[in-house]
Design a protein around this ligand. Structure first.
Ligand SMILES: Nc1ncnc2c1ncn2[C@@H]1O[C@H](COP(=O)(O)OP(=O)(O)OP(=O)(O)O)[C@@H](O)[C@H]1O
Length: 243
C-alpha cells in the first residue's frame, strides 16, 4: 500500500496522569477525506496536535508523509476561526501566505483568485465582526488552504454554526474538496456530517473503531437522505453508544 499521508500507529498519550489515547491507530491515504468522531473530551483535538507536531506520543508513532510531524508541514484549522479583528476579510485570508514569507500584495492577489470559490464575493473589505459565522469560517478555511499544503486538519469547522448554515457549508465543502483534491482529517461531533462527507470514519473509543462509508463520489448535499448515509450515521451513533 502507498505511504499514508497521515499515520498514527498504536499511539499512547496522556496529559500528566490522565490517559487520553491508548493504542490508537489511524491512516489517511493521499486524497482521502477521513473524519474523527467522538464524545467531548475523547481526544480528537489531541490527535490533531500529535499530527501537527505540537504534541508527541508517549508511545507508538506519528508520521506525516512518512516523516516525523513538524509544525508547518500541514494545514491546520483550529476550532475557533482565530480571525484578526483589525484585518479585513481579504487581509485575514492572505495571512496564511504572509507567514510563509509571501509579500502582502501578492498574498492578497492570490487570496482574490480563490475568493469567489469560497463564496466571499463582495466581502473583501469587511472586518470579521461584519461577517456571518459561515463567512468567517470560509475566510479561515481559505487562509488554511492558501498555506498550500496537500494535507488539511480541520477541527470542527462547522461546530459553532446554526443547522441551516451548517448544511450550506457541508454542501459547499463537498464541492470544494472534490476540486482541491487534498487529504483531509476532519473532526466533528455530527455523525450525519461525517457519513455524508467522508470516505472513512474513526470513532474514538478505546483503540479506535474504523467505519468505511462506501457512498459513491462525486457527492452532493442531496445524498443526505441516501440510505447509505442514514445507515452509516446509525452505525457511528451505535459505536459512540448513543443508539
Ligand atoms: N493541555 C491539557 N492539559 C491537561 N488536560 C488536557 C489538556 N488538553 C486537553 N486535556 C484533556 O484531555 C482530554 C482530551 O481533550 P481533547 O481536547 O483532545 O478532546 P476533544 O475530543 O477534542 O474534545 P472536544 O470535542 O470537547 O473539543 C480531555 O479530558 C481534556 O480535558
Amino acid at each position: 500500500m502507498e505511504e499514508p499521508h497521515l499515520h498514527l500507529d498504536q499511539v499512547h498519550f496522556r496529559y500528566g496522569a490522565v490517559p487520553v489515547l491508548e493504542a490508537f491507530s489511524l491512516r489517511v491515504q493521499a486524497g482521502e477525506f477521513v473524519s474523527l468522531v467522538g464524545a467531548s473530551g475523547s481526544g480528537k483535538s489531541t490527535i490533531l496536535k500529535l499530527l501537527t507536531g505540537l504534541l508527541r506520543p508517549e508511545a507508538g508513532t506519528a508520521r506525516v508523509m512518512g516523516a516525523a510531524p513538524a509544525p508547518g508541514r500541514i494545514g491546520y484549522m483550529p476550532q475557533r476561526d482565530c480571525l484578526m479583528p483589525w484585518r479585513t476579510a481579504l487581509e485575514n485570508a492572505a495571512a496564511g501566505l504572509e507567514v510563509q514569507g509571501v509579500g502582502p500584495r501578492e498574498a492578497r492577489q492570490r487570496a482574490r483568485e480563490l475568493w469567489p470559490a469560497f463564496g466571499l464575493s463582495g466581502a473583501e473589505d469587511r472586518y470579521p465582526h461584519q461577517l456571518s459565522g459561515g463567512m468567517r469560517q470560509r475566510v479561515a478555511f481559505l487562509r488554511t488552504v492558501l498555506g498550500g499544503h496537500s494535507i488539511l486538519l480541520l477541527d470542527e469547522p462547522f461546530g459553532a454554526l446554526d443547522a441551516l448554515t451548517r448544511a450550506q457549508m457541508q454542501a459547499w465543502l463537498l464541492g470544494l474538496w472534490q476540486e482541491l483534491g487534498k487529504s483531509v482529517l476532519f473532526v466533528t461531533h455530527d455523525a450525519e456530517e461525517a457519513a455524508l462527507l467522508s470516505d472513512r470514519v474513526y470513532v474514538l473509543k478505546g483503540a479506535g473503531v474504523e467505519l468505511p462509508v462506501g457512498l459513491p463520489r462525486p457527492r452532493s448535499y442531496a445524498m443526505i437522505s441516501d440510505p447509505i448515509v442514514v445507515e452509516r450515521r446509525a452505525a457511528i451513533l451505535r459505536e459512540v453508544g448513543l443508539c
